[in-house]
Design a protein around this ligand. Structure first.
Ligand SMILES: Cc1cc2nc3c(=O)[nH]c(=O)nc-3n(C[C@H](O)[C@H](O)[C@H](O)COP(=O)(O)O)c2cc1C
Length: 185
């Protein structure tokens, strides 16, 4: 029997009713058989500071890095802040990029973004892809998932109610799983 595939998911939004959190929760419902998605909350990760790093890696950071190391792949759903990456997400990636045994090196990654705007966070995805080059993350190019008009795509309980979006998230997660399987052959 195939080994189970475990994906770690996170977002740069700390907002309680975040559309990007809702998108990650939706992905959890759309996984292929034998795949799990564990969603991590980045709120306890401190601001990166080389002085803190020199004193010892904070527990929240060490836990985050361990979870990435143990995961087969990463799924990020990010908001766009002023055309770019929210600081919470960039900060977590900066921590994860440190050390010789960085867990992000060579890890498959899929990106999606949700925004109430008509572009659905298209611009943040290209900034994030640029950062991922430095981290040697293996980012999927396609399918691209831009959740446009996100305020209309989830119901009051935070459930995804848009069939097109469900379909494209299903394809994205399947492509990520295929990438994991290819990289293990
Ligand atoms: C500081 C800030 C900057 C923002 N800049 C953008 C932007 O450049 N493009 C965009 O589509 N939305 C922008 N927004 C609106 C976000 O898309 C919106 O708040 C969204 O709901 C955030 O994602 P979340 O629901 O996952 O928290 C910005 C919001 C904040 C707080």
């Amino acid at each position: 029997m195939d080994k189970k595939i475990n994906i770690i998911g996170f977002t740069g939004s700390l907002r309680r009713n975040s559309y990007n959190k809702m998108a990650l929760n939706a992905a959890k419902e759309l996984l292929p058989e034998g795949v799990t998605l564990e969603i991590e909350d980045l709120s306890s990760i401190p601001f990166f500071n080389e002085d803190i790093e020199a004193e010892g890696i904070p527990k929240a950071v060490a836990d985050f890095k361990n979870k990435i190391a143990e995961a087969d792949a990463i799924l990020i759903s990010t908001p766009e802040y002023n055309y770019s990456i929210p600081p919470v997400l960039k900060n977590a990636l900066d921590w994860a990029s440190r050390g010789i045994d960085t867990p992000v090196n060579g890890k498959p990654l899929a990106i999606m973004s949700a925004s109430p705007s008509m572009l659905g966070g298209a611009r943040v995805q290209y900034h994030l892809r640029q950062v991922c080059v430095g981290l040697n993350l293996m980012v999927l190019n396609k399918p691209e998932v831009f959740i446009t008009y996100a305020n209309k795509k989830f119901d009051e309980e935070g459930k995804l109610i848009d069939d097109y979006t469900k379909n494209v998230i299903t394809k994205l997660v399947q492509a990520l799983v295929d990438k994991v399987k290819d990289s293990k052959q």
